[in-house]
Ligand binder design. Sequence first.
Ligand code: ZN
Length: 514
Amino acid sequence: MIISEEEIRNLVRDSLGRKRANEILSLVVSDIIEENNSKGVALTEDEINHLVVEKLKAARSIGSAIQSLTRTSQGDSSSLSKDDSPDAGSIGKTSGSNKLTSLNPNAADTFRAFINDATRNKYSIRITSAQRMPSHQWNLRFGNRRGITPAQPCRSDHQYGYAIDINFSYEKDGDKVRVNSKSSDELWKPIVDIARSHGIKWQGASDRVHFFVQGVGSSQKAKCDQFFADELGTGTPSGRSGAAIRKRWGSASMKRVEDENPAKIKGILKLAESDLRNIIKEKLKAAKSIGAGSGSVKATTSYDTSGDNKGCDGEGPITSSKYPKSAITAIEKRMDDKGITSRCTRIAILSVLAKESALKPQTEWCYTDKSNSEIRNIWSKFKSWSDTDLNELKANCELFFNTAYAGMIGNGGVESGDGYRFRGRGLVQLTGRGNYEQYGYASNPDALNSLPAAADVAVEFITRGLSDLNFDNLEDAIKAVANVVAGKGNTEISEHSPLGRAIRMATATSKHFA
Ligand SMILES: [Zn+2]
């Protein structure tokens, strides 16, 4: 139950464009931490999940304010590209592609949504240029251009698939109004407003046809520069005059470089995406570790899975400043009954349960806001489902659970209603008719959400699944307990597997018990 990297990325992309992702996620994370701290409560993963999603949605509304932070990079060409531009990003063509599909996939989705929105509002948009290769840009920059000065090669967002140039038209009083690079800002305004509502930025008067999604850093562009400088043997001469730049790029033999290194150059131009992924990954780790009640983003940018926690050599009742004492006491009492004497096992059980429910018994949340990839990761049965079908299903919480848990853990088919009726509850998120019957809660599922019943069931459930009750180190204990509780039959421990994440979360959580 962790917000996936993909979800965060999509949300941020939908909200603001990628360059701001870093800052916005930081804001979101520190916001949640502040709230968490001021309330003095421990949040469950689901709650954090939900908060992050909600806050990112809210962040969308500040998107327009952020738009005013204009980029410092140069403008580029407008009207050169023709309708008959070559296909998606093909190398060696002079003018590049005018197809959305030539763009970075995330940017393409954003631009597509913008264009659809504009179309609904009766504006007819024509893309005059989308992705271009550096050689296209060279021709633009040094060819017979007039008016604006296009960016030099490697410096245009078009090359990374983050920009489009457009013209548009609409009907007014029976006439067709055409808007292009020469048109006034006022004529551009309605379409600029629509673009902004999608987090797309406008270059403005210096290049009115140019719309872009922020996201390509200067270090990225420098990599591209360096590659061509090396290949062309021109070094990296400094100077910003036209002549200096021209010299730096040698000649239009850039096309040859591209022809000879198609994979390499495409790889270089794609790096922006992986850079973003890394940024998000770091932020995501920080966001996730709030689940452990961290008080500081800095201190928790990654999970520690090495087991070098405080260890399990304390004495007396286990304490926590984070989680409810009543639940800890109830769980400890039950562990006493079961002969669990190892403090490692005891802390592992508390940590895994805290990860599941913050030691507050509760009902499993709907999956409406979950990404499809996350859902497919949890239930392999959905791997064959199309996004459309899955989107429709998850919008209906009850039907979703009925389908997801159908025919497993003692449940009947979808129509039996068992999946929803016996969805996860309590401290351990007991799931399925078979389990509810076994523990005596089939006729009264909601009773699982109170203490001490929730503690009894949780400890009993975990104990039954453990081959060793008394581990001598925390790492092994957490792995074993997490496997019982969160394995869902999938014992793969990897960065993205449900079990791998459960172990990381529980390990982080364990630091809050002593
Ligand atoms: Zn442009």
